[in-house]
Design a protein around this ligand. Structure first.
Ligand SMILES: [Zn+2]
Length: 441
């Protein structure tokens, strides 16, 4: 067997791996590169391989840095089947349509051809099969099985067994346990080789109880002041986790019942997918008791939020305030000293969310200078990724069989730190692979 790292080596995004076993070629993930504009430009580059020769694509989960180039794969003539769990398939459909729209805007502004169109998304969905965890799929002379990665709804680790019996495991993104909605990730299945993610390979998270206290404080302060709590959030998992936590806090009487507006059409559609797959969630976590949860799909409903009396909580995309409906609320309420901006996710350099968090006194929204007079806070523990401690615990269970570990999906610093830890603590043969390089297994 041979593996080549076409993306995800020394970078968090752009996961894209090809495994060759005899005449069988299996791809795992085909993600978009995200971050700096130089990195994003590489999304428009041609694939470095013949897409028509790939037998199947396995998708670990529907984050865009794992699926964002799948429609391009179709456009370039991929003829195989695509596999993921059924909820991951459904969420991927929504997220790819959203991504197509965003990419179209980027191409339009740059005066270049769009990366792909809605018809390519349709084509991908037509060959995309849902497969449950632990049900092996045969591709050529390989057998492929999905395990629960506990990262987002229906997320998987992918285990491939070749004709020679060798087993290679692709971790996908691994969840941050305990997670409020999802059951924990599976223990690592026995494997000879493993690719392990390392987004937080050199960091340790705030714990769940602490982050809940911080959320409670933010809500109490905003309610007391009669302001608006703006929470920019990611549509997949983060929004649903937040809803579950708010429901819990209200239900247990820890916060007063305050109107909550879920003002993101994408998050609303994704939440419906969560409701369809209760078997993928912890029992009872999605039976909301909210009296005052307002779902605002249409633009009119969204605009009406402005007229509703404070206090109120508004959850809207995008997660880093670089687009989406949150901008309208920020324009209205950033100047209000009674209100609060609460970041619950990573805010990348250059985004509006980051500028607000960094304390800029005036920001530009819709070509207007908006003064920031509201309170600004951040909660760090909401990551959907395992931290260094959890990554080490997960890989430790496989130390007896592992011949080699490839540390991927992290910035070089994080990947290198994690690989070093694995060598030091478990005597594992752990390396950070080189981008574009092929390794014999
Ligand atoms: Zn992910």
């Amino acid at each position: 067997m041979k593996i080549t790292f076409f993306g995800g080596a020394s970078e968090v995004t752009g996961a894209n791996y090809i495994l060759e076993s005899g005449a069988t070629r299996i791809m795992v993930d085909c993600g978009l590169h995200q971050g700096s504009s130089a990195r994003e430009e590489t999304n428009w580059a041609e694939f470095a391989y013949d897409v028509t020769k790939i037998d199947a694509l396995f998708v670990t989960h529907p984050h865009i840095d794992h699926i964002g180039r799948v429609p391009l794969l179709m456009k370039r003539g991929f003829r195989g089947k695509i596999y993921s769990t059924p909820p991951a398939r459904e969420a991927a459909h929504e997220l790819l349509l959203d991504s197509e729209h965003l990419l179209f805007g980027i191409a339009d502004r740059a005066g270049i051809e769009p990366l792909y169109g809605p018809e390519d998304v349709m084509r991908a969905m037509s060959v995309w099969k849902g497969v449950e965890y632990y049900r092996p799929v045969t591709v050529g002379d390989c057998t492929v099985t999905l395990y629960n990665a506990g990262h987002v709804l229906g997320s998987s680790s992918v285990l491939v067994q070749g004709a020679d019996g060798k087993r290679i495991l692709f971790s996908g993104d691994l969840g941050n346990n305990p997670a409020p909605l999802l059951g924990g990730k599976d223990m690592m299945p026995d494997a000879d080789y493993c690719l392990i993610e390392s987004a937080y390979g050199n960091r340790i998270h705030e714990d769940l109880a602490h982050r809940r206290e911080l959320l409670e404080d933010a809500i109490e302060d905003t309610v007391k002041n009669g302001g608006v709590l703006m929470i920019p959030t990611f549509a997949l998992e983060r929004t649903q986790e937040l809803l579950a936590e708010l429901d819990d806090l209200i239900e247990s009487g820890r916060i007063p019942s305050v109107p909550v507006y879920m003002d993101s059409p994408l998050a609303i559609r994704l939440t419906e997918i969560y409701k369809k797959y209760p078997d993928y969630l912890k029992a009872g976590t999605f039976d909301f008791h909210f009296k005052e949860l307002h779902i605002t799909s249409t633009t009119e409903q969204s605009k009406a939020i402005n007229r509703a009396p404070a206090p109120k909580i508004v959850i809207a995309g995008s997660g880093m305030s670089n687009g989406g409906r949150i901008l309208h609320h920020e324009k209205n309420y950033l100047p209000d000293p009674k209100s609060m901006f609460l970041a619950i996710g990573y805010q990348a350099e250059g985004t509006l969310g980051r500028r607000i968090l960094d304390g800029e006194k005036t920001v530009r929204i819709f070509s207007e200078d908006i003064p920031v007079r509201c309170k600004v806070r951040a909660i760090g523990g909401y990551s959907a990724h395992a931290d260094q401690k959890q990554l080490l615990e997960w890989i430790a269970t496989g130390r007896d069989t592992l011949k080699r570990v490839f540390v991927v999906q992290g910035e070089n610093e994080a990947s290198t730190a994690l690989a070093q830890k694995m060598r030091d603590e478990f005597a594992l043969n752990a390396i950070v692979p080189e981008a574009g390089k092929t390794y014999e297994l």
